[in-house]
Every structure is written in C-alpha cells, then in structure tokens.
Design a protein around this ligand. Structure first.
Ligand SMILES: C[S@@+](CC[C@H](N)C(=O)[O-])C[C@H]1O[C@@H](n2cnc3c(N)ncnc32)[C@H](O)[C@@H]1O
Length: 317
C-alpha cells in the first residue's frame, strides 16, 4: 500500500521484528496509524551519491562529497565543502534522483544571528521552498530557506510532547512551534503562551497552530521574551534557545509560579558540562531570591567541535 501511494521511504530499510514488520513511510497511510521509528536503519547514502556522480568527479572530489543531509517535507538541505562548491548543481541533481518525492535542494551555509536566519540557496529543483514537514503526529509548515528547524533536537521535541498536561506553559523562544506544537498536540496543556521575535517564524507559528487545531491552547505573541514574558503564571517555562540564553534566565524564573519547572537550554564546552549550567541557574536563583533545584541535566546534541547543546530541568520555589 505504501508503495502504491508513493509513501514508501526509500532511504530507510524495512525491519522485521518479532511478530511485526516496520515499513518506513514518508507520511500517514489512510486508515493506519503511523509511528515514529525508534531505531531507523538507513541505507548507506554516501556511496549512492558518489555512484551517481562517479563519471563526472575526481577521486579527491569524491572524498569531499557530503556524508549526510537532512530532509524537511519535500526539501533536502545539504552542506557542501567549499572546496567543491562548483559541484553543488550536480550534487543537488543527484540528491533529487535519490529522493524522487523531494522537489528542491538547498545549499546550507549555516544559521545566523539572534533571529536564527538561515543562509541557504536553491541549488537544484523548484524555486518553491515552502513545505510541510510531519513528525511524531505534528504538522510543521515552514520555509527552510527562511527559518531554522534542527533535526538533531527530535528527542527533545518528543520529550516536550510528553510534558505539560493541564498546565500553564510559557515557551519563550517558540520559533515555528518546535516545542509548543508537540506539547499542545500530545499533552494538551491548559494554555501555552508562545513568544517569538522573528516575524517570519511567528507567521509560521500562527499558521501551524491552526494546522494542528490547537488554537484553543496556544496563544502566539510576536515580541522579545525579555519583555513579553508574563510573570508568576507558569507551571513550566521553555527556554529553547542557545548562545545567550543565560541573559533571559531572570525572565524565565520570573514567569514561574512557586514549584514551576524551567527547561534551560544552552551551549557549553564539554569539559564544563553540566557545572557551568548549574552555576548559571544558581546565580539566577540568587538574583531572584528563589530556590532553584536541578532535577535533570541532559545532552541534546553535539553543537560544534568541543561544544554541547544541553538542557537542564530545574524546579523553582
Ligand atoms: C533556535 S530556535 C529554536 C530551536 C528549537 N529548539 C528546535 O528544536 O529546533 C529559537 C527561536 O528563538 C527566537 N528568539 C531569539 N531571541 C528571542 C527573544 N529575545 N524573544 C523571543 N524569541 C527569540 C529565534 O528567532 C528563533 O526562532
């Protein structure tokens, strides 16, 4: 059925388990429940890319070919070594051959600034880069050329989907709804105040709230969370931003009623994890005159060489 409907995901292998088979699909099949695969087994992509380009590249270029890429909806996003930038068109076309359901390939040169604006351009396929990405039962409409979406944060997005039931939540760095949407869809808090400063990301946040039918839960706000965060109302505050997140800790703590939980994300040198983050929280608690108890520290992903993206959960009295 998946094959007939064009929904078979050819990048992953079918896996036989005891008593059932996991068939990788790119979207829900009518009448069947699709689940997020816990341990996907991907076909080795790089040899295929190299094979597709074999006739037109040198051995050195072959070694420099990208070893991975991400796919959001119908858009493939790939980083290419600057040494082989003249090959980007051919790499893009080869990727489109590998993923017939995708329509566009974006060259990724990184994400910049407080508004997390990607530096990306179309290298193959359609100029239309807006797409709909489905993940764990949540619909994310976005334009990956204009707003970020971090595939590496999947586990944390799923964890947020298991928290917040019946609570009042403030998402201080909501983006297009990375954490707000899984939480609203799966846990149904009473209310999520979702604050986002980038007008483009905010536009998608508003649209995604509607597409996921959670208008009764999520209240999107366009603004700077340093000033727009409400005070003393939240059972939970999400601080899903890295780099200068410590500068917003006072607002995050002030958002919480006594006993509320803060999810503090930050980048940290591996050697200083988790001590530096615990210190940030202790200092912020002292400034606010409130007790802060660390409940959990976890690595979200590797951020750059020697640097982690981590999250600390802390209860604030
Ligand atoms: C890095 S993204 C969130 C990434 C997300 N955790 C994920 O899973 O991919 C953070 C968002 O915070 C927004 N932002 C940055 N500073 C802000 C501020 N002062 N107030 C509100 N939003 C802000 C950025 O525009 C961006 O959309």
């Amino acid at each position: 059925m998946a094959l007939q409907l064009g929904l078979l995901d050819r990048s992953r292998k079918t896996i036989s388990k005891e008593g059932y088979v996991e068939v990788p699909v790119t979207g829900p099949l009518p009448g069947l429940e699709a689940r997020l695969q816990e341990a996907p087994d991907f076909y080795d992509k790089n040899p295929e890319l190299a094979d597709l380009l074999a006739d037109s590249i040198s051995r050195v270029e072959r070694v420099l070919l990208p070893k991975g890429w991400s796919i959001l909806g119908k858009v493939i996003i790939v980083k290419v070594d600057p040494e082989i930038e003249d090959l980007v068109g051919r790499i893009g076309e080869a990727l489109l051959d590998m993923y017939p359901r995708c329509s566009t390939v974006l060259l990724d040169r990184g994400i910049e600034g407080k508004l997390r604006e990607p530096d990306r351009k179309v290298i193959a396929g359609s100029a239309e880069t807006e797409t709909v990405h489905r993940e764990d039962g949540v619909v994310f409409k976005l334009d990956p050329r204009r707003v970020m979406f971090s595939p590496g944060n999947l586990r944390e997005r799923m964890r947020m989907g298991s928290l917040g039931g019946g609570e009042t939540v403030v998402d201080m760095f909501a983006g297009i709804g990375y954490f707000t949407l899984p939480m609203a869809v799966h846990s149904r808090p009473n209310r999520i105040v979702a604050i986002e400063i980038n007008p483009i990301a905010y536009g998608y946040l508003v649209e995604n709230v509607r597409l996921n039918h959670v208008e009764d839960i999520v209240q999107p706000i366009l603004g700077d969370c340093a000033v727009a965060t409400p005070k003393g109302i939240a059972d939970r505050a999400l601080m899903g931003y890295v780099g200068t997140t410590d500068q917003y800790l006072d607002a995050g703590i002030a958002a919480l009623r006594p006993g509320g939980v803060l999810h503090y994300h930050q980048t940290v040198p591996e050697k200083l994890y988790p001590r530096r983050l615990e210190e940030d929280l202790a200092e912020a608690g002292e400034r606010a005159g409130r007790s802060v108890k660390i409940e959990r520290c976890a690595r979200v992903k590797k951020y750059s060489p020697g640097i982690l993206h981590a999250v600390v959960d802390a209860r604030v009295e």
